[in-house]
Design a protein. Structure first.
Length: 74
């Protein structure tokens, strides 16, 4: 996993931080449509993507989606 972290985040984080993320971080593979967090949830972790995209959206009062942005790896 350390090589994926270096490849995707080596330009942002130093070697010591990448090693710490590798040691204490949790690798998760999530399915399409899985809700990582919701409005009002306590933020327990920050996702660092190795592959894929996370869609960030809100729902309006009618239940329609309002796309805010996408998170990608790196």
């Amino acid at each position: 996993m350390i090589q994926e972290l270096k490849d995707n985040y080596g330009h942002l984080f130093g070697e010591a931080l990448l090693n710490e993320i590798n040691q204490v971080g949790t690798f998760k593979e999530v399915s399409e449509g899985y809700k990582l967090m919701d409005i009002g949830d306590y933020v327990r972790a920050m996702p660092l993507l190795i592959s894929g995209v996370i869609k960030i959206l809100r729902e309006d009062n009618d239940g329609d989606e309002l796309l805010l942005y996408f998170l990608e790896k790196g």
